[in-house]
Ligand binder design. Structure first.
Ligand SMILES: NC(=O)C1=CN([C@@H]2O[C@H](COP(=O)(O)OP(=O)(O)OC[C@H]3O[C@@H](n4cnc5c(N)ncnc54)[C@H](O)[C@@H]3O)[C@@H](O)[C@H]2O)C=CC1
Ligand SMILES: O=C(O)C1=N[C@H](C(=O)O)C[C@H](O)C1
Length: 266
């Protein structure tokens, strides 16, 4: 049997981290080499399996990456993403970067790390979301010069605990639409005497309710009809399986920046 790929999970006690610990544990191609958390985490020293609801698996939550690791997966916070990217760059460890809400400066640190080590970076690791991105690009291309004009609005829904808005995925959908159709303004919400809607804007609306794991609705409003692309996660495993596929992919690449298009070959 082939030697398993040794994975370290950064943010291992979080909502995504726990699912990654659980799915890595049962994947015969993978071995959980480390479960990493911040230095201030109250669960340092505890068994990662117990935190993930699996019972003991013999991997303690810690702050440092051991000697031999084939890939790190980061689902943490922007400051954590920057810190782990620095370590991965220095030690040339392949990185899957999934954290959203990064500032331009923080994003730049990840791009610089990708010059020294392979990095897959994507705001959504989900297959369905990444396919929806292709459909949205196609729709944008086809509707770009429609005589009556097209209004694009992006609605996203997530759980009440989410800290960034709009979601990284919604921003990516907006970037794809703007690349295809040329809108220059990104407008977040709408209130008061706004005047008529300009077609040079893309509207974003971020809803936060309950335990929603993520929905994105990209609306192309035209005269006489509407096209909507709607993608809805049912469980966090949709992202976790994608992240594990990305880890298997990135572990065999040379330095550079990759996306889920590369991983999924779509
Ligand atoms: N790209 C994708 O497919 C997806 C991305 N995300 C993103 O992943 C991130 C995490 O999401 P959740 O798991 O829901 O959040 P969470 O808050 O449940 O988990 C984050 C974890 O990171 C830990 N952490 C905080 N500071 C840290 C540091 N400096 N170093 C290491 N660990 C640190 C926290 O203790 C916590 O356990 C968010 O940015 C979210 O938007 C979430 C789902 C899918
Ligand atoms: O925080 C989340 O939960 C999610 N965050 C990502 C984002 O901001 O796009 C991906 C997914 O939608 C879940």
């Amino acid at each position: 049997m082939a030697v398993p790929i040794r994975i370290a999970i950064h943010g291992a006690a979080g909502r995504m981290g726990q699912r990654l610990v659980a799915l890595t544990h049962v994947d015969p191609e993978l071995e959980l080499a480390a479960a990493l958390e911040s230095a201030s985490s109250p669960v340092l020293g505890q068994d990662a399996g117990e935190i993930a609801g699996l019972g003991k698996i013999g991997v303690e939550i810690t702050t440092s990456i051991p000697e031999h690791v084939d890939a790190v997966i980061d689902f943490s916070v922007p400051e954590g993403a920057v810190a782990i990217a620095g370590v991965c760059a220095e030690r040339q460890i392949p990185l899957v970067e999934a954290t959203t809400g990064l500032s331009d400066e923080q994003r730049q640190v990840i791009l610089e790390a990708a010059q020294l080590t392979p990095v897959v970076m994507a705001p959504s690791m989900s297959l369905a979301v990444n396919l929806a991105m292709k459909l949205v690009a196609e729709a944008g291309k086809a509707l770009k010069n429609l005589p009556g004009g097209v209004d694009v609005e992006i609605v996203e829904r997530h759980h009440r605990f989410k800290e960034d808005a709009p979601s990284g995925t919604a921003l990516k959908f907006g970037e794809i639409v703007a690349t295809e159709m040329g809108q220059s303004e990104h407008k977040h919400g709408r209130e008061g005497m706004t005047g008529q809607r300009s077609q040079s804007e893309i509207g974003y609306h971020a809803l936060r309710t309950g335990d929603n794991v993520g929905e994105h609705q990209i609306i192309f409003g035209m005269m006489g009809e509407t096209l909507e692309v709607y993608v809805r996660g049912h469980t966090r495993d949709s992202y976790a399986y994608g992240a594990l596929a990305a880890a298997k992919f990135v572990a065999t690449q040379g330095a550079g920046l990759y996306t889920m298009k590369d991983v999924l070959d779509i």
